[in-house]
Design a protein around this ligand. Structure first.
Ligand code: AMP
Length: 580
C-alpha cells in the first residue's frame, strides 16, 4: 500500500458558528421561555426569547439605517437587562462588534477605552446620563449616543442623544441574519488590568459559540431548559461569563437583575422568579449571606451558584452548602479566556472519598472544560508535575483564548503557542487547578513561594475580620515576608497579636505572617478586586518587627513592586534605593 498524502475530506455541511444562531435557536425552539428584567425605570419587564429576537432584529435594522458597517464597534454602558441582551444579538447579528464597557471605571479610563476601540455609537442606560455628558467631549469620533429608554424617560442632558425605543419603533424586525464568516469579530471586552493601559480581547463568533457550548456542559455551568439563571456577574464583565450566549443555547429562563445588586434585592428577585442557578464574584455572595442571616431567610428554589473572578473563600463555600443547601461551583477564568477555564465539580470516584477530601477538591478552582488545555511552568521554563505541590506560572491554550490583544497586532502575548495567564498555580493528580497567587502578588520568601490567597482565607475566617489582604513586605533576610492588612467587622475587637496567633497550626511555620495591621478599608479595582499593587505601594516603607531583628546586619530595602511585575513569578524586585 502506498501512503496517501491527501487527506480524505469529510462531507458534512460547513455551517458557520454564529452568535445570531443562538437567539434564532432560542426563538424557534424555546420561543416561550422567559427573559425577566428588573428595569432601571423601577418595574419588572417580562418577555420571551421570541420577542427578544424580533427586537434584536429591529436593533440591527436601526443600526444599519444609521450607517453602521460590519466590523464597526458599538459600545454599551449598561446593567444586566433585556435591552442590553438585545444589543448582544442585534449588534453582532449583522457583523458589527458589541463592545461592553465597564461603567465602574474612571471616566478618563472609559474615554481612553472608547477611543481605542473606536466606537461608532454607544448604547447607555439612563443611570449613566451624567457619565455620558462627561465622556462625550472626550470621544469626538463617537457618532451618536443612544439612551436605552423610551421618549418619556429620556434624560435631560447636555449631549444630544437618540432614543432606543424610537429607533426600534421605526423598524419592522423583518430581517434575515446574514451568514458571516465565523472568524469575524463579535464582541470586545477590555481587561481591568492593574498595570498599564487596558487591553482589548476581541472574540470571534466561533469562539463565542464554542465557549457557550463549553459553559453549558453538565460539569461546567450545566444549564438546561428547566433552569432559571440569574447572572449577577455584569454583562459588562467578560460577557457575563458567556451566560447571555449559553442561556439561549439551552432555552434557559434568564433573570436580569439591573443595577441593584445588594443582598435584599437579589434575594427577593431570586425568590419571586424561581431562580435555580446563579453566578457572580465572591463579594456579591457575601452581601447575600449577610442579608439572609439578618433577615433569617433561606432560598426556596436556588440549587447552585458559580463563584469565580476571585478566589472563593472556603468558609463561604461551606456556609452556602451546609447552612443554605446551595451547591457552590468554584470557577476560574479570565477576560482573555472568554472567560471560562476551569470549574470544580467532582467525578464519580472523587464523590466516594471522605467528606473532607471532597471539600478540599471543591475549594480549588477545578478541572478544565473540554476546549481548554493548561500547564504550569517553573522558573527555568520547564513544565512542572501535576503533584499538587509544585507551584508554577499557569499557561493555557484553546479555541476561546486570545491569540493577541486588539490593536496590538505587532506583538503576541503567546509563548510557544500558550497564553501566560499571570496566575501562579498547582495542579494535583486529579487534574484540579489551585490558583495560589497572581504572579505579581507572589510572596517569595528565601526563594520559596508563599500563597497570599491562602493566608487571606485564614484571616477572613477569623470572626472579627471582614476583609483582608496579604502582601509581600521587604525583609532583609528573606527578601519578602507576608504582611496581613485587615479590616475589622463593625464593632469587632481583635488585637494584632490575636490575629497573628490565629494562623498558628493552620500553615507551615515559615508561612506564618510576620505582621498584621488594621485599616478602615482596602483599595479595590472597579471590578471589586483587591488592588494589591496600590496596597504594596501604601506599605512600601512598612518595617516588619522581624526585619528589625536582623536590620543592623542587612540594609532594609523597600519593594519596587510595579516594575517588571507582569512577566514572571519572581516579579517583586528590590529598588535600588536603600533605607538605613
Ligand atoms: P479578569 O480578567 O478581570 O476576569 O481577571 C482574571 C483574573 O482573576 C485571573 O487571572 C485570576 O488572577 C483571577 N481569578 C479569576 N477567578 C479566580 C478564582 N476562582 N480564584 C482565584 N483567582 C481568580
Amino acid at each position: 500500500m502506498t501512503a496517501t498524502t491527501t487527506p480524505l475530506l469529510g462531507q458534512m455541511m460547513d455551517v458557520p458558528l454564529l452568535v445570531s444562531s443562538l437567539i434564532a435557536h432560542a426563538a424557534r425552539h424555546h420561543g416561550n421561555a422567559q427573559i425577566v428584567s428588573r428595569r432601571i425605570e423601577g418595574d419588572v419587564h417580562r418577555y420571551t426569547y421570541r420577542e427578544c429576537e424580533v427586537r434584536s432584529k429591529q436593533l440591527a435594522q436601526a443600526l444599519i439605517a444609521l450607517g453602521v458597517e460590519p466590523g464597526e464597534r458599538i459600545g454599551t454602558l449598561a446593567w444586566n437587562g433585556y435591552r442590553h441582551l438585545e444589543a448582544y444579538f442585534g449588534v453582532t447579528g449583522f457583523g458589527a462588534v458589541c463592545h461592553t464597557i465597564n461603567p465602574r471605571l474612571f471616566p478618563e479610563q472609559i474615554a481612553w477605552i472608547v477611543n481605542h476601540a473606536d466606537d461608532r455609537y454607544i448604547l447607555f442606560d439612563i443611570t449613566f446620563a451624567a457619565l455620558v455628558d462627561a465622556l462625550a467631549p472626550q470621544c469626538p469620533q463617537v457618532r451618536g449616543w443612544i439612551a436605552l429608554c423610551d421618549e418619556s424617560h429620556r434624560p435631560a442632558m447636555r449631549t444630544p442623544v437618540l432614543c432606543y425605543e424610537t429607533l426600534l419603533a421605526a423598524q419592522n424586525g423583518e430581517f434575515d441574519w446574514p451568514l458571516l464568516d465565523e472568524r469575524s469579530a463579535s464582541n470586545l471586552c477590555y481587561t481591568s488590568g492593574t498595570t498599564g493601559n487596558p487591553k482589548g480581547a476581541l472574540y470571534t463568533h466561533r469562539s463565542a459559540v464554542l465557549h457557550a457550548y463549553g459553559a453549558s456542559l453538565p460539569d461546567a455551568m450545566g444549564l438546561s431548559a428547566r433552569d432559571a439563571m440569574l447572572p449577577v456577574v455584569p454583562m459588562f464583565h467578560v460577557n457575563a461569563w458567556g451566560l447571555p450566549h449559553a442561556g439561549p443555547l439551552n432555552g434557559t429562563k434568564l433573570v436580569l437583575p439591573g443595577k441593584d445588586l445588594d443582598g435584599k434585592s437579589l434575594y427577593e428577585l431570586m425568590e419571586a422568579e424561581g431562580v435555580t442557578c446563579s453566578a457572580g464574584v465572591p463579594t456579591v455572595w457575601l452581601g447575600l449571606l449577610a442579608y439572609m442571616r439578618e433577615a433569617g431567610v433561606k432560598f426556596s428554589t436556588l440549587k447552585r451558584t458559580v463563584i469565580g473572578g476571585s478566589a472563593c473563600p472556603p468558609a463561604m463555600l461551606r456556609t452556602y452548602e451546609d447552612d443554605y443547601g446551595v451547591q457552590v461551583i468554584h470557577a476560574w477564568g479570565m477576560t482573555e479566556m472568554s472567560p471560562l477555564g476551569t470549574l470544580a465539580k467532582l467525578n464519580w470516584e472523587q464523590a466516594q472519598r471522605p467528606p473532607e477530601a471532597q471539600r478540599a477538591l471543591l475549594e480549588k478552582q477545578g478541572r478544565v472544560i473540554f476546549g481548554v488545555d493548561m500547564k504550569i511552568v517553573g522558573d527555568d521554563g520547564r513544565e512542572l508535575p501535576w503533584d499538587g505541590v509544585a507551584f508554577g506560572d499557569l499557561y493555557v491554550r484553546g479555541p476561546w483564548i486570545i491569540d493577541r490583544y486588539f490593536r496590538q497586532e505587532s506583538g503576541t502575548p503567546l509563548v510557544d503557542g500558550w497564553f501566560p495567564t499571570g496566575d501562579v498555580a498547582t495542579i494535583d493528580p486529579d487534574g484540579f487547578l489551585h490558583i495560589t497567587d497572581r504572579s505579581k502578588d507572589v510572596i517569595k520568601s528565601g526563594g520559596e513561594w508563599i500563597s497570599s490567597i491562602e493566608l487571606e482565607n485564614i484571616a477572613v475566617a477569623h470572626p472579627a475580620i471582614a476583609e483582608a489582604a496579604c502582601i509581600a513586605c521587604a525583609h532583609p533576610r528573606w527578601t519578602e515576608r507576608p504582611l496581613i492588612v485587615a479590616v475589622k467587622k463593625p464593632g469587632a475587637q481583635v488585637t494584632r497579636e490575636e490575629l497573628l496567633a490565629f494562623f498558628e497550626g493552620k500553615v507551615v511555620k515559615w508561612w506564618l505572617p510576620d505582621d498584621a495591621v488594621f485599616v478602615d478599608e482596602l483599595p479595590h479595582t472597579a471590578t471589586g478586586k483587591l488592588q494589591k499593587l496600590k496596597l504594596r505601594e501604601q506599605f512600601r516603607h512598612h518595617v516588619l518587627p522581624s526585619a528589625l531583628e536582623v536590620g543592623d546586619k542587612c540594609p532594609l530595602e523597600p519593594l519596587d513592586s510595579d516594575k517588571g511585575a507582569a512577566s514572571g513569578a519572581t516579579a517583586n524586585t528590590k529598588s535600588a534605593a536603600t533605607r538605613g
